[in-house]
Design a protein. Structure first.
Length: 316
């Protein structure tokens, strides 16, 4: 009895598509590295569907050019050559129109530029090219393209439908990453602004006083702020010891670190000594390990101890 080859049915195709979509969703969802996720997507398309030379091209808003971001089966040199203007070639037209394009045989299509040169040693009449837009909302931000071996029995329309779904998954991942980058940039900008406000608030100009003695204080603040030395600030309650400590910190090289305040009135004598000078294991009840003193922790930030009345307040 002759063996009959199994012809894939619509059910087989749907199962294959669902399996691929599941793998792609996992690749995109479980990685914070967008470039690796996109590379995994192209690898899945090649491995499971025979879609070769998969390419994800992204619109660079600075240059308004389309550049290859991730590609499968292309060398870095070939990727660098794959630069298009919007409206140029198949990829450029797909991004411009926001509509997919299918070229059954690229050798017979003059618009197909093959700028990467990755198909120069291949019979182009044997290759079908599918390109779909990657859209955020109604705006195309790039394109997903693949090669298929030309086969009249293969439904390229089905491939277009599947790739359109995959491009929407990619678009969501790209947009999510863009939002994270925008939020990161906003937080960095906000942090810089707040630090600038703090530095301005605690600058020398905001300490009131124009006497010779105050000018000496300003000079000392300027000198010690540039060094890691320990500073002892003394004075009556309300004379501005804490203001001077802030001015030292926010004009120092450690201004980016925290200014840690500890009330001496709230600390027992042994704990105060531990905070200032550190302790060895077993030095007192509860000393379970060796602890460095404040002067050894200056890389973290400056510490500031204050106490009411006429007690001195060391500033580190």
């Amino acid at each position: 009895m002759a063996h009959q080859s199994h012809k894939p049915t619509d059910t087989d195709r749907r199962y294959e598509e669902l399996s691929v979509l599941y793998e792609i969703a996992r690749a995109v969802s479980f990685s914070s590295d967008l470039e690796k996720s996109l590379s995994d997507v192209l690898e899945i398309l090649q491995r499971d569907l025979g879609m070769n030379r998969g390419t994800i091209t992204v619109l660079n808003p600075a240059t308004t050019e389309l550049q290859i971001e991730v590609a499968s089966g292309l060398s870095s040199r070939e990727m660098r050559r794959g630069v298009y203007r919007v409206g140029e070639g198949i990829t450029g037209r797909v991004v411009e129109s926001g509509e997919p394009m299918v070229i059954p045989q690229v050798g017979k299509e003059p618009m197909f530029l093959d700028r990467t040169g990755s198909r120069k040693d291949i019979n182009k009449d044997d290759i079908s090219f599918i390109c779909v837009p990657i859209k955020v909302g109604s705006r195309a931000i790039g394109a997903l393209s693949v090669d298929r071996l030309f086969d009249r029995a293969v439904s390229l329309e089905e491939d277009v439908r599947l790739l359109t779904i995959i491009s929407s998954i990619i678009a969501q991942a790209v947009r999510h990453m863009q939002m994270l980058e925008e939020e990161k940039a906003r937080l960095i900008s906000e942090n810089v602004r707040l630090k600038g406000e703090l530095k301005e608030k605690y600058s020398f100009e905001n300490i009131i006083g124009s006497s010779n003695k105050m000018h000496q204080v300003y000079t000392m603040i300027d000198q010690v702020a540039k060094t890691p030395t320990t500073v002892l600030i003394r004075g009556e309650s309300g004379t501005g010891k804490e203001l001077v400590a802030h001015a030292i910190h926010y004009n120092s090289t450690r201004a980016a670190g925290p200014l840690i305040k500890v009330s001496l009135a709230a600390l027992p004598e042994t704990l105060l000594e531990s905070e200032l000078f550190g302790h060895e294991r077993g030095a007192f009840t509860g000393a379970l390990g060796r602890k460095a003193g404040g002067s050894r922790r200056q890389t973290v930030g400056q510490s500031f101890w204050t106490r009411s009345a006429t007690s001195p307040c060391p500033s580190r």
